[in-house]
Design a protein around this ligand. Structure first.
Ligand code: ATP
Ligand code: MG
Length: 569
C-alpha cells in the first residue's frame, strides 16, 4: 500500500488537518492548492461522498455528472462571465472558443433543465453530482480546507412555485442535518450571505473549530445564528450621543496615525473617532467610514456597492494610487468615493484625519461637514451588540463552512430563459435552489475537530478503515498465521480492515496507527503466543481489552457495529 507517513511536521502546513493529512500520507501537493489524494485520503473522501449520496437519494435527488469544462456563452447568458471575477479559470481552445473550468454548475444545469424539462408534471426535480471543482482562489491554504481544486457535491432543485421551492429547500436543510450528524461532526446551521451564487436566502453549515475561516454569531437566548458577513446590526432608536455641537477645529497630531494613539493624545475615546479605511473595490479606491472602535465587514461593503471584489488596501498601495496622506485620512474634502456605516451618521462632535500630514480634525459633524455618497450597515457585529432577532446577548465563535444551501428563485431561469408549461399551459420560469457540500473539506474539518497530539481520531463513519490490524510477529509462524486468519475473518464479517504486516518495529506501527486515526486497533503479538489472546484498543479513549483469539473477530465486529450505531441521523 502507498502509505508514506512521516515524523516531521511539514513547515508549509499551518493548521493541524493539513499537517496530519500530509504526515499520515493522505495527500501530496502537486502545485498551489492542488493535491493528489493518496489511497487513504481517497478512502476518507469516498466515505463522506457515500453518506452524502445516500442522504441525497433519500431526499429524492438523482445523481448525474456534468462536465468540468463549460462554454463561456452559457456564463454570458447568466451574466456571470463578467461578475464572477478571477476565481473563474478561463481559457480559449484551439477554435478560439472561450471556456472555463466549472467552479459551480448553475449555468450547465439550467441549460439542461430548459432542454429536458417542459412540463409542470416533471416537477419537482432535484439533481446532484459529486465532482471536482476548480476555483482559482486568491489564497489557497490549509490543505484540503481551501484548495483550488477540490471535491464538491452540488445539487440543484427545480420547482413550479416559490412555495414548492421552499419545500425543496427544507428537504435539503433536513438532509444536510442528517449528513453532518452521520459524519459525527459538531456543527451549526447559520444564516448566510448569498455571495456570487446569488439568490435571496441561504444557510451555511458550519463545523465549529477554532481554525475556521468564518466567524459566526450565535444568540444565547433564541435560535438566531448567522455568519458575521450576514448578521445585521440593529441601531438603537435614539441618537447615540447628545450635547452641544462644536465647531470644527484642526489640531496638530505629530507622527500619530493610529486611532488609539491620537485618542490618548486628545484625551478622547476611540469611539469618538471616525475611522477612514481604504478599500479597492473592483479597481476603484473607496474610503469606508466606521466608528473608531469598529471594524468594516468587507462582504457587507461588497453587497452595498454591488461589487465583485473588495479588498482592504495597504498603506503603500493607497499612497501609490492616490498620493493621499495615508494615516491622516478623513471624510472631509477627500477626493475619492466615501461610504459610511450607518452608525457614523448618528455620531456627534467627532475626530477624524484632516487629509493633511500630522493633522486631525475635532468637532466634526457628519451631515454638516460631509455627506457620504452612500450609507448602510457596513460594520462587523461584535459580542457587545444585541441579537437582531430578540435583542438577547450574543457570542462569537469560529466555524469551517462545509455546506451552503441557497434559494435561488428565478435568477438563473429568467436570465437563461428556462421555462416550463404550468397546469394552465402558461410558460413559467423554474424556481430554483442550489445546495453545495465541500466533500474534501469535510475530511479536513473532521480532523480539525477530532485529533490529539498523536494524530487523527476519525469519527468511525469517516475513517478510511474501521480497524487496523497489527501483526507484531512477522518472524513467528504462529502469530502471522493468527493475524492472517483474523484479517480474513474480519473481512468476511464486512469489517473494513487495514492490515499492517510491514516489517517495522512495533513502536512505529503503533505510532502510525495513532497518526492515521483508525478507530480500532487490533494487535496480534506476544500475548497471542503466550496466552492465545489478542489486544483491541479504542483510538478515541485509549481503552484496551484483551480477548481470546477465537472470539476476536466477533468481538471486534460487535464493537464496530455498536460504535457505528452512535452516528445515526
Ligand atoms: P468559502 O466562503 O469558504 O470560499 P463559498 O461560499 O465560496 O465558500 P460555495 O460556493 O457555497 O462556497 O461552495 C459550496 C461548498 O464548497 C462550501 O460550503 C465549501 O464547503 C466548499 N468549498 C468552497 N470553496 C472551497 C475550496 N476552495 N476548497 C475546498 N472546499 C471549498
Ligand atoms: Mg469561496
Amino acid at each position: 500500500m502507498l502509505l508514506p507517513t512521516t515524523k516531521e511536521t511539514p513547515s508549509e502546513a499551518e493548521v493541524v488537518s493539513h499537517q496530519l493529512l500530509l504526515r499520515g500520507g493522505f495527500i501530496r501537493k502537486l502545485t498551489s492548492g492542488v493535491y493528489t489524494y493518496l489511497p487513504l485520503g481517497l478512502a476518507a473522501i469516498r466515505k463522506v461522498g457515500q453518506i452524502v449520496r445516500e442522504e441525497m437519494n433519500r431526499a429524492g435527488a438523482q445523481e448525474l455528472l456534468m462536465p468540468m469544462v463549460q462554454p463561456a456563452d452559457l456564463w454570458r447568458e447568466s451574466g456571470r462571465w463578467q461578475k464572477y471575477g478571477a476565481e473563474l479559470l478561463r481559457f480559449t481552445d484551439r477554435h478560439e472558443r472561450e471556456s472555463c473550468l466549472g467552479p459551480t454548475h448553475e449555468e450547465v444545469i439550467t441549460d439542461l433543465a430548459r432542454r429536458e424539462l417542459q412540463s409542470y408534471r416533471q416537477l419537482p426535480m432535484s439533481l446532484y453530482q459529486i465532482q471536482t471543482k476548480f476555483r482559482d482562489e486568491i489564497r489557497p491554504r490549509f490543505g484540503l480546507m481551501r484548495g483550488r481544486e477540490f471535491v464538491m457535491k452540488d445539487a440543484y432543485s427545480f420547482d413550479v412555485s416559490d412555495e414548492a421551492a421552499g419545500e425543496s429547500y427544507d428537504k435539503m436543510y433536513q438532509a444536510y442535518h442528517r449528513i453532518f450528524r452521520r459524519c459525527g461532526l459538531d456543527f451549526r446551521a447559520v444564516e448566510a450571505d448569498t455571495g456570487t451564487i446569488g439568490g435571496s436566502f441561504s444557510h451555511e453549515f458550519m463545523v465549529l473549530a477554532q481554525t475556521g475561516e468564518d466567524t459566526l454569531v450565535i444568540c444565547e437566548q433564541c435560535s438566531y445564528a448567522a455568519n458575521v458577513e450576514k448578521a445585521m446590526i440593529v441601531l438603537p432608536d435614539e441618537c447615540l450621543e447628545t450635547g452641544e455641537l462644536q465647531a470644527m477645529r484642526k489640531v496638530e497630531t505629530p507622527g500619530m496615525k493610529k486611532v488609539e494613539v491620537v485618542a490618548e493624545f486628545l484625551k478622547a475615546e476611540p469611539a469618538d473617532f471616525i475611522k477612514t479605511m481604504v478599500f479597492f473595490v473592483d479597481e476603484e479606491v473607496v474610503a469606508v467610514l466606521v466608528r473608531g472602535d469598529r471594524e468594516v465587514q468587507p462582504v457587507k461593503l461588497k453587497n452595498l456597492l454591488h461589487a465583485t471584489e473588495v479588498e482592504l488596501a495597504d498603506d503603500d498601495a493607497v499612497f501609490k494610487k492616490t498620493k493621499l496622506p495615508v494615516g491622516y485620512l478623513g471624510p472631509i474634502d477627500l477626493p475619492i468615493k466615501v461610504v459610511a456605516d450607518q452608525e457614523v451618521m448618528r455620531m456627534r462632535n467627532c475626530i477624524c484625519g484632516a487629509n493633511e500630514k500630522q493633522y486631525h480634525l475635532t468637532g466634526v459633524q457628519p451631515g454638516r461637514d460631509f455627506i457620504p455618497a452612500m450609507t448602510g450597515d457596513l460594520r462587523q457585529i461584535t459580542a457587545d451588540d444585541s441579537c437582531p432577532a430578540c435583542a438577547g446577548p450574543l457570542k462569537l465563535t469560529e466555524g469551517i463552512e462545509v455546506g451552503h444551501i441557497f434559494k435561488l428563485g428565478t435568477a438563473y431561469s429568467e436570465a437563461m430563459n428556462a421555462t416550463f408549461q404550468d397546469c394552465e399551459g402558461q410558460a413559467k420560469s423554474f424556481v430554483m435552489g442550489c445546495y453545495g457540500i465541500g466533500v474534501s473539506r469535510v475530511v479536513a474539518a473532521a480532523i480539525e475537530q477530532n485529533h490529539d497530539q498523536h494524530g487523527i481520531i476519525f469519527p468511525l463513519p469517516l475513517a478510511p478503515f474501521q480497524v487496523i490490524l497489527l501483526n507484531l510477529g512477522l518472524n513467528s509462524e504462529d502469530i502471522t498465521g493468527a493475524a492472517d486468519q483474523l484479517y480474513q475473518d474480519l473481512q468476511a464479517r464486512g469489517v473494513e480492515v487495514l492490515y499492517d504486516d510491514r516489517d517495522e518495529r512495533p513502536g512505529s506501527k503503533f505510532k502510525d496507527a495513532d497518526l492515521i486515526g483508525i478507530p480500532f486497533r487490533v494487535t496480534v503479538g506476544k500475548t497471542y503466543e503466550k496466552e492465545g489472546k489478542i489486544e483491541i484498543r479504542n483510538r478515541l479513549d485509549g481503552r484496551t481489552e484483551t480477548v481470546d483469539f477465537d472470539l476476536a473477530a466477533d468481538v471486534v465486529t460487535g464493537m464496530v457495529k455498536t460504535e457505528m450505531a452512535r452516528y445515526t441521523a
